[in-house]
Design a protein around this ligand. Structure first.
Ligand SMILES: Nc1ncnc2c1ncn2[C@@H]1O[C@H](COP(=O)(O)OP(=O)(O)OP(=O)(O)O)[C@@H](O)[C@H]1O
Ligand SMILES: [Mg+2]
Length: 640
């Protein structure tokens, strides 16, 4: 039984009654989450000023903010009879129902910041909306939560003065660093916020000394220059991409232009400064191998997504957001930044210019409806769609593994690369071992030869006719077997699933016009010392790998094969056999297919999907090449 009482020092159980906390204590507890240090106060107050539509915000700090923080704005102001309410917990003008929470465009929404701040400081809130003749001031002190109102002199707008932060919470005060360090945090916050709003003037003073002043400017590049310095723009390339309602814009380091610190790494989502792990991961992945050791990329990136696509209510200080389509967001950021820096590297080399215009093309296209639906369980989208794969080119449907296919595209448009004729299609590649796939009952190679020799031209024509009409084709998956049986008229074809899958994989490899980043790169020991020519071959097939610290890391894969279980396929792919081979698409496809087969339980619906995808004609060719085919009469003859 669980003991729900506390134990006294003497060991006897003591029951403590449950009580409602006083509002002051509740606010102080909440303040622990919202107000970590003076910089958090500055952040909350600046966000309030921006939400109030201010165009000028003045910030005065004394002793790192511990003694005094004053934020003055020319925003909408707070009416006299709402001043006390503004300082109460759960009081906000920004949302009123749960639906509003899903469409948040303001910085604040919880109605907690002022209540929290006032519970751990002495706070004076002075405000005058333009429609009100007189300004009023509300004073609150952490000790007692009552608010006093008195008339004041103040222009249109609001001033909030926070004195003696943490005067009543010594535990929190102990964790404060020197005034200089705390001010650095404040300065950082002001910079971050200034980067979101070039249309707002910010001025920051510390101990009466002006530290920075960012006058209003028209475009974001000018604000970036004001905040990050001229070199930032010189060393960065602009980004401006949109995809499926998301827009990524800003600037990021050119290839090879790292700096010694992470100080110039800024990401914003819908105007909100965030330190998002997903975005950081995508950006780390872009720059990982392109910057000298101990140097870091600089970036100021603005991601704009539909407010319904994110949850902003996931972090007490709103430092993080949760993306509903996190994989897609990761991919867009990776791809857009990666391509932009490569584009500029190429163009700068040829044009000799330092700063180039943003590329006019937009390689990321909107998902077709079928592909938009191809979200996995997390609601993550599966793939990008390249220009060649837009709806106008052919209808897309979904394969059983969530891989979109474009059969019409394939038949109408020549494949990107020529498929090299290779008569040793499966030479050197073993079928799955019997322990993994029991019941290998027929000798396939001989059977195929027998099959081909036995059929007359006439017989083959009949076969064509039957296979060309999919309604005549029946197939059956032998449970737990590596074969699929196709019934065609009076013939039975026994086809190894590995051949079917290899065909699908090969088509997908050749169809993939772009490489897509894996959310989590897969690495294996580089024991076999893969050669550069082989890495180049893989790269040409949209499988991008890098070697780092004796590890071989698979980072990008053909877009049409994005959903494969690469974590289990890659170690099998980088095998002695494949490294020993002169690689070609067939070998690559069949090795991937076998590894895929070994890592999955193949279901009959997958098989159906693959066969439908291939279509009658290709299926027939495959059977002619690899199936054992026998006429029913052979199976059913009395001597059998
Ligand atoms: N500078 C300001 N100008 C005008 N109104 C303000 C200002 N600061 C606060 N307010 C008003 O006071 C209310 C309470 O502010 P507070 O920061 O506590 O909550 P919030 O901004 O609504 O939500 P959050 O706790 O997420 O910041 C706001 O909703 C807003 O109406
Ligand atoms: Mg607020």
């Amino acid at each position: 039984m669980v003991d729900i009482t506390n134990t006294s020092p003497s060991g006897s159980a003591v029951h403590r009654p449950i009580k409602i906390l006083s509002p002051q204590l509740a606010n102080q507890i909440a303040a622990g989450e919202v107000v970590e240090r003076p910089a958090s106060v500055v952040k909350e107050l600046l966000e309030n000023s921006l939400d109030a539509g201010a165009t000028v915000v003045l910030i005065e700090i004394e002793q790192g903010g511990q003694k005094r923080i004053l934020i003055r704005d020319n925003g909408a102001g707070i009416a006299k009879d709402e001043l006390a309410l503004a300082l109460s917990r759960h009081a906000t003008s920004k949302i009123s129902n749960i639906d509003d929470l899903e469409h948040i465009t303001s910085m604040g929404f919880r109605g907690e910041a002022l209540a929290s701040i006032s519970s751990v400081s002495r706070l004076n809130l002075t405000s005058k909306p333009s429609a009100q003749a007189q300004a009023w001031q509300a004073c609150a002190e952490g000790k007692q939560m009552q608010v006093e109102l008195k008339p004041a002199a103040h222009p249109d707008g609001t001033s909030i003065e926070v004195l003696d932060l943490f005067f009543n919470t010594p535990a929190r005060r102990k964790f404060l660093r020197t005034g200089k360090t705390e001010f650095q945090h404040i300065e950082n916050i002001v910079k971050r916020i200034a980067l979101t709003r070039p249309d707002v003037q910010f001025e920051l003073k510390h101990n009466q000394k002006l530290c920075c002043r960012y006058p209003r400017v028209k475009d974001i590049a000018k604000r970036i220059e004001q905040v990050c310095g001229k070199n930032m723009l010189l060393n960065c390339t602009p980004i401006d991409y949109s995809f499926d309602g998301m827009v990524l814009s800003g600037y990021c380091s050119k290839l090879g232009h790292g700096i010694a610190t992470r100080d110039l790494q800024y990401t914003f989502v819908n105007g909100r400064m965030v330190k998002d792990k997903l975005l950081a991961h995508a950006l780390r992945q872009v720059y990982e191998d392109t910057l000298p050791p101990q140097s870091f990329a600089s970036y100021v990136l603005y991601l704009q997504v539909s407010p319904q696509q994110i949850d902003v209510n996931v972090h007490p200080a709103k430092h993080e957001v949760r993306f509903h389509q996190s994989r897609q967001v990761h991919d867009i950021v990776f791809k857009a930044v990666n391509d932009a820096i490569s584009y500029y590297a190429d163009n700068a080399a040829t044009s000799g210019k330092n700063v180039l215009e943003a590329p006019s093309h937009n390689y990321i296209q909107t998902l077709s409806p079928a592909r938009s639906d191809s979200s996995n369980k997390d609601g993550m989208s599966t793939n990008f769609v390249n220009n060649d794969y837009s709806d106008t080119q052919g209808s897309r449907s979904q394969s059983p593994l969530g891989l979109a296919k474009s059969s019409q595209h394939r038949s109408n448009v020549p494949a990107r690369r020529e498929i090299k004729a290779n008569h040793d299609f499966y030479a050197g590649i073993d079928l799955p071992s019997s322990s993994q796939h029991p019941l290998p009952t027929v000798e396939l190679t001989k059977a195929t030869q027998h099959n081909q020799a036995a059929h007359s031209n006439e017989g083959q024509n009949e076969q064509h006719r039957q296979l060309a009409s999919p309604s005549l084709t029946m197939h059956h998956y032998l449970y737990n077997s590596p074969y699929v049986v196709l019934a065609r008229g009076e013939n039975l074809d026994v086809l190894p699933i590995s051949k079917l899958l290899a065909k699908i994989v090969k088509i997908r490899i050749l169809d993939s016009t772009i490489a897509q980043p894996l959310l989590m790169p897969v690495s294996v020991e580089n024991k076999l010392s893969i050669k550069q020519t082989q890495l180049d071959y893989f790269a040409n097939m949209n499988m991008l790998m890098s070697v780092s610290h004796q590890k071989l890391i698979l980072k990008q894969v053909p877009c049409e094969l994005r959903q494969l279980p690469w974590a289990s396929i890659f170690p099998q792919l980088i095998s002695a056999e494949i490294i020993a081979h002169k690689l070609d698409a067939d070998i690559l496809a069949s090795t991937i297919a076998l590894a895929w087969l070994r890592s999955l339980e193949v279901t009959s619906s997958m098989l159906n999907g693959w066969m439908n995808e291939l279509g009658a004609q290709q299926l027939q060719t495959l059977c002619e090449k690899h199936a054992k085919s026998l006429h029913l009469s052979t199976w059913m003859s009395p001597d059998k």
